[in-house]
Design a protein around this ligand. Structure first.
Ligand SMILES: Cc1cc2nc3c(=O)[nH]c(=O)nc-3n(C[C@H](O)[C@H](O)[C@H](O)COP(=O)(O)OP(=O)(O)OC[C@H]3O[C@@H](n4cnc5c(N)ncnc54)[C@H](O)[C@@H]3O)c2cc1C
Length: 337
């Protein structure tokens, strides 16, 4: 990229809560480091909060060249308007070429507000990012319809912005050269938080969390009705795993939204994935691409999921799954997954 000006910048938003960086921050730093491999590119981590020097230290060797810290008591907790004011000012001052956010509740809220404020584009829930020799970011997403991947570029507006779900990129090594820590303006001219935080409760992470599960059984729209969902849960339980869902069962109200797996849901890395009544749209499959063994149960032999699985069971799940559960419940020799 010899034609790039020195000091082209990729920034990642270093989301933190109570000083703890979100996992996706490390993943974005690793990807940004790879994208910024050409001479003249710098990776910056934009860290906003209060008393976050310890947080900056956690990010020091994770691939950033610089950590830009805006510290202010009014920034202790995420309140969109206040964070927006600080990020907006920082972007206007430093003019990064690319700004990346985790597709978390905080990341998507802030990124969409910032893109609107800066009148630039935002590619949401990307599954990969590429940078060409002109410094144009290509954001890879499953195309509407879900059967192939598309690339979105934003050639005329800067910065180029994207959100990426947690779990998509690998966590980088922790032995990169130490980043320079820079203090940037964190002043708030007025409180634009628009709400007050009355109480904070830590999120309960259960051992059965989808992201940590070794077995994930995903029920799709083919399950047909809420009352049939028990079969998905029973199969997951017999296998010592966790039940997940595609989008339609969530939209239908059969299951909670936090069970959704895919581009706009969770990313899982189990040893075994079983998709039951799942057709195989890329929007869903990108969320299970780290799986070791994929099994599909579908009554339509032409379903796309059969092109993406290691083992396909063609037939009605209402016959296959009870038989599978009964077989798994039989005493047997052998190891666990
Ligand atoms: C921007 C965007 C983001 C999205 N993000 C996500 C996401 O994160 N996660 C997600 O899942 N989706 C997401 N979607 C939706 C996605 O495109 C698909 O619509 C969805 O994944 C389809 O879910 P499904 O396979 O359960 O349903 P369907 O496509 O309706 O497939 C149901 C399958 O069940 C089979 N079936 C029916 N009855 C039976 C039976 N008795 N036994 C066996 N098989 C049976 C059918 O043959 C069919 O193949 C997104 C879409 C967009 C546009």
């Amino acid at each position: 990229m010899a034609n790039r000006q020195p000091e082209s910048r990729i920034w990642i938003f270093a989301e933190q809560r109570s000083g703890q960086p979100a996992d996706v921050v490390f993943e974005l730093l690793g990807k940004a480091r790879l994208l910024a491999a050409a001479p003249g590119w710098k990776v910056g981590a934009l860290l906003i909060g209060h008393n976050v020097s310890g947080t900056a230290a956690l990010l020091e060797n994770r691939g950033a060249d610089e950590i830009l810290v805006a510290d202010n008591p009014g920034l202790e907790d995420y309140r969109g308007g206040n964070y927006l004011a600080v990020v907006d000012r920082a972007v206007r001052n430093y003019q990064p070429d690319v700004v990346l956010f985790g597709a978390t509740a905080m990341g998507v809220d802030l990124a969409s507000r910032l893109a609107a404020r800066l009148r630039t584009g935002l590619s949401a829930h990307c599954i990969d990012l590429e940078l060409n020799e002109k410094g144009e970011l290509a954001a890879v997403i499953p195309w509407p319809g879900g059967d192939f991947l598309g690339r979105i570029v934003c050639p005329r507006h800067r910065p180029q912005m994207a959100t990426v779900s947690p779990g998509i990129f690998d966590v980088p090594r922790s032995d990169f050269p130490e980043a320079e820590v820079l203090t940037i303006d964190g002043a708030l001219n007025s409180d634009r938080g628009f709400y007050r935080i009355l109480e904070k409760k830590p999120e309960e992470r259960k051992p059965g969390d989808l992201e940590n599960a070794r077995v994930v059984v995903v029920g799709g729209y083919g399950i047909g009705a809420r009352e049939n969902w028990a079969l998905v849960e029973e199969l997951a339980s017999v296998l010592g795993g966790v039940a997940g869902a595609t989008r339609p069962p969530v939209d239908e109200g059969w299951v909670n939204a936090d069970l959704m797996v895919g581009q706009s849901g969770r990313t899982v890395h189990p040893r075994l994935y079983i998709g039951v009544g799942v057709s195989g749209h890329l929007h869903h499959l990108v969320g299970v691409k780290g799986t070791e063994l994929k099994v599909a149960v579908n009554q339509d032999t032409r379903a796309a999921i059969f092109d993406h699985c290691d083992l396909g069971l063609a037939g009605d799940y209402r016959e296959i799954i009870p038989a599978l559960i009964a077989a798994l419940k039989e005493p047997r020799a052998g190891g666990d997954l």
